[in-house]
Design a protein around this ligand. Structure first.
Ligand code: ADP
Ligand code: ZN
Length: 815
């Protein structure tokens, strides 16, 4: 014990808001901040990230690091400090935030690898079992990193040192993770439809892949096929074995493209409109001058926002800086990624959920090394390690998917805002229907307002007709709630007759929202959650949308034995069924969470984009930024579903959904129409969406938020206390409530800014979920510090036995 011991603080991926101190193994230099380490924690070993060197603390109690995984930090300092600030801001654990930020299987960086020597292969077997195990692992001749070798900690290091001294292994400098230069591509074999049918048998998944490849008419890589159809290599191999597809290796598309296109790939050939030019000018000068420039880019649907993003990205790259472009859900808008790749072939990285862990790590590595400078991706891409980012774009800024609903509950919009300030970058929040928060920030001048007031080529916004469902006759089986109104049916007939396309929105998936016993009123609730189960499979199954548990539909009511069970209302499945009977011969496809899971959203969208289907029926997913020029009609079958949600944002969400889906119509040369069916034709969210008047809606919404002290006029946090035992959850919530109220009283003199407003505890709107009883407390104050301080003082570090406490700062939904 001569050399001084070093200590480092380590962030661990646990829902605990603290870091842990570990000793650095004797004789090793303390790992730099951002380096990953394996450490013992209770009975487990965990991978954490070093935050900083700790000053010599109280001796004795700390345990030692088991393994230092990287030779150089995987997490750049800028990201490390962003992660810490994000954790603080959202009352989350830094270790969990870092875990969300870093790809799960990121290989070690710059780590030394070991290779076996001839002596190691041919020499006498070593006596120690550790050494033997290591040689066996290396016997194939491939190099391996320390962490990949058998054994652990000091024993493994000692064994390696002896083998090295013996000349049986030798270290080789670690190489950067390199993407393979070739990738597998697949093409449909030339067969007749009959031959295909015979070989396919009943493989539905196989048919989807084949349909996709045939429609594509060119080879597709494994990654493309996975993204479009969800099919993996195993399925492809089995199709190959049946002679249905052929595979071959081809040079990676990005490498190929990099060579052939990088000189020619250019911006689109449009001349920007004056409004686009003005917005671009403001953004690009900030990028060049290294000025923090937050802006709201507000432009109606089809006004050319995407074009502004792409040109701003080009400006960032031209200035030698990087760019991050966030989109709500990349599988729904694959064209954006395609366009980014086309324009910046060798410098773009696409992050999406269909990537394998290896591909994700590869992409991260390309970005971290500076090879890729333009990143597009969903929420998690906010953390992409772009060096010197000059631009952050948040497309469809109002979308709730930017907030993570599970721990760590961070908001990607805040992540990029922090990074933009830190890096003196332009920060562009784009939307046709800005959130109240963004709108308010522009109103008070905290962010610049850039406006694209009209559609490209002065195309008119679609005419919106509100259809009062109270005046529409229903079919006998519809029990007074008509599904398709007469004006909508007439319009659709016309559209399909002219070979145009339509989108129908029904914000519920499944066949019907619930099953009802006509004799006793039983509604078949989930036995684990306090909601009625949804009817699926054309009435054959009942599924809980909250826990996913499904049961076959019973023949009789379990309460009264009655046999008159009726599916009430309609989901996408029933709409598709009715559509087929109303419009025989017109092909439709359904886009919702169920079809996305079965086929992949991109495959469904491809069916519609290519014109194979004339009608796209779906949930909210059909409203997201798609650009389908042939769509001339949109029908909203029921605009009321979202209005009834017990959430202060329900009117705003309704407005946004209606305005967004309306924006899908008439984007090509033919003008579009929208029919909105509702029982509340006079509701302002519906009226103003019909007039495409985001301005008027948000002014009204802000007045409401101000009166009732909701964000952006307050900082809001929701504390959710849950337990399988109702009384335990209730008691723990009561304790927190008491602590919060005591705080409020103990500081009577504080300024209103710091004043707390506590609501609850009360049963959450969804009172029981997956067998757990849930109680909710809302904490509001005029300022963020007051809310965080109140949480700090009232939420226990360790919840009582059997109880879970989840804190959601700035929650996007309050179920
Ligand atoms: P938004 O993102 O605002 O909905 P897009 O960027 O998708 O709008 O633009 C709508 C359509 O107009 C797209 O097909 C796009 O290619 C085209 N477009 C955009 N800018 C221009 C321009 N300056 N001149 C001509 N066409 C344009
Ligand atoms: Zn359930």
């Amino acid at each position: 014990m001569s050399a001084p011991l070093h200590r480092v603080s380590v962030a661990l991926p646990l829902p605990i808001r603290q870091s842990f101190t570990y000793l650095v193994p004797e004789g090793e230099a303390p790992p730099a901040p951002g380096t990953r380490v394996r450490v013992p924690f209770a009975e487990r070993a965990l991978t954490g990230v070093v935050l900083a060197e700790s000053p010599g603390a109280a001796p004795g109690t700390e345990r030692a690091i088991l393994e230092i995984l990287d030779d150089e930090p995987v997490c750049p300092p800028e990201l490390l400090s962003t992660a810490r600030r994000v954790a603080e801001r959202f009352f989350a654990s830094t270790g969990e935030v870092l875990k969300s930020a870093l790809p799960a299987r990121l290989p070690a960086t710059g780590a030394v690898q070991y290779r076996i020597t001839d002596k190691g292969l041919l020499g006498a077997r070593p006596s120690s079992p550790e050494e033997r195990a290591i040689l066996e692992r290396l016997a194939s001749g491939e190099a391996a990193r320390v962490a990949e070798l058998p054994g652990e900690g000091r024993a493994r290091r000692e064994a390696l040192r002896r083998l090295e001294e013996d000349g049986r292994v030798r270290p080789v400098a670690g190489a950067r993770l390199r993407a393979p230069r070739v990738e597998l591509a697949w093409v449909a074999a030339a067969l007749s439809a009959a031959q295909r049918d015979e070989s396919l048998g009943r493989s539905r998944r196989g048919r989807e892949v084949l349909d996709y490849l045939v429609a594509l008419g060119r080879p597709a890589t494994s990654a493309e096929i996975r993204l479009s159809t969800g099919a993996g290599t195993t399925l492809l191999r089995s199709l190959e074995a049946k002679g249905l597809v052929r595979s071959f290796e081809e040079e990676r598309r990005d490498l190929r493209a990099g060579r052939s296109e990088s000189q020619t790939a250019t911006a689109s050939t449009f001349t920007p409109t004056p409004a686009q030019a003005a917005a671009l000018d403001a953004i690009t000068s900030a990028i060049r001058e290294r000025r923090y420039f937050p802006a709201l880019l507000q432009g109606v649907t089809g006004s050319g926002k995407t074009e502004v993003y792409l040109r701003a990205i080009r400006a960032a790259l031209d200035a030698g800086r990087g760019a991050i472009w966030l989109v709500p859900e990349i599988s729904l808008t694959p064209v954006f990624a395609r366009e980014l790749r086309r324009q910046f072939p060798d410098r773009a990285a696409v992050l999406h959920s269909a990537l394998s862990e290896r591909e994700r790590a590869e992409a991260w590595d390309r970005v971290r090394s500076g090879e890729a400078l333009a990143v597009i991706g969903p929420r998690s891409a906010a953390f992409a390690p772009v060096a010197d980012p000059g631009l952050f774009v948040v497309d469809e800024e109002h979308d709730a998917s930017y907030k993570q609903r599970e721990s760590p509950r961070y908001d990607a919009r805040e992540v990029v805002a922090l990074r933009a300030k830190e890096n003196a970058s332009a920060l562009v929040f784009g939307s046709a229907t800005p959130s109240a928060e963004a709108f308010h920030a522009a109103e008070v001048g905290r962010v610049a307002r850039l406006t694209l007031p009209e559609r490209i080529a002065s195309r008119p916004l679609p005419e919106v007709r509100i259809v009062d469902l109270r005046r529409e006759p229903a079919l006998p089986e519809e029990k007074g709630v008509p599904l398709f109104s007469r004006p909508l049916v007439e319009r659709l007939r016309d559209v399909f007759a002219r070979g145009e396309q339509a989108i129908l929105l029904q914000p519920r998936r499944g066949f019907a929202p619930f099953l009802l016993c006509r004799d006793c009123g039983h509604d078949f609730r989930c036995d684990q959650c306090s909601v009625a189960r949804t009817v699926h499979d054309h009435g054959r199954r009942l599924v809980c949308h909250y826990c996913g548990k499904g049961v076959p539909k019973p023949a009789r009511c379990p309460e009264c034995g009655g046999g008159l069970l009726e599916a009430i209302g309609a989901g996408t499945e029933r709409v598709a069924e009715r559509f087929a009977s109303l419009f025989p011969g017109v092909t439709s496809v359904v886009l919702d969470r169920d079809s996305a899971r079965r086929r992949g959203a991109a495959a469904v969208i491809e069916d519609f984009q290519s014109g194979r289907a004339a009608c796209l029926i779906g949930t909210q997913m059909v409203a997201k930024g798609h650009d389908f020029p042939n769509v001339t009609a949109v029908g909203v079958l029921s605009a009321d579903t979202l209005l009834h949600f017990p959430d202060f944002r329900s009117a705003e969400k309704t407005f946004q959904l209606l305005a967004q889906v309306a924006g899908r119509a008439g984007r090509g040369d033919a003008p579009g129409t929208v029919h909105v069916q509702t029982f509340h034709p006079e509701h302002p969210a519906i009226q103003l969406a019909a007039r495409h008047d985001a301005e008027a809606f948000e002014m009204q919404e802000l007045a409401f938020r101000r009166t009732f002290f909701y964000p952006p006029f307050s900082e809001l946090a929701a504390i959710l206390v849950s337990s399988p035992r109702r009384e335990r959850a209730e008691a723990a919530a009561a304790d927190i409530g008491t602590a919060l109220r005591a705080m409020g009283r103990s500081r009577p003199g504080v300024a209103p800014r710091g004043e707390l407003r506590i609501s609850g505890p009360a049963p959450a709107p969804l009172e029981r979920l997956q067998g757990r009883w849930r109680f909710q407390i809302l904490v509001r104050a005029g300022d963020r510090r007051a809310v965080l301080g109140a949480l700090e003082a009232s939420v226990p570090d360790r919840p009582p036995a059997g109880v879970q406490i989840a804190v959601d700062v700035d929650p996007q939904d309050l179920m």
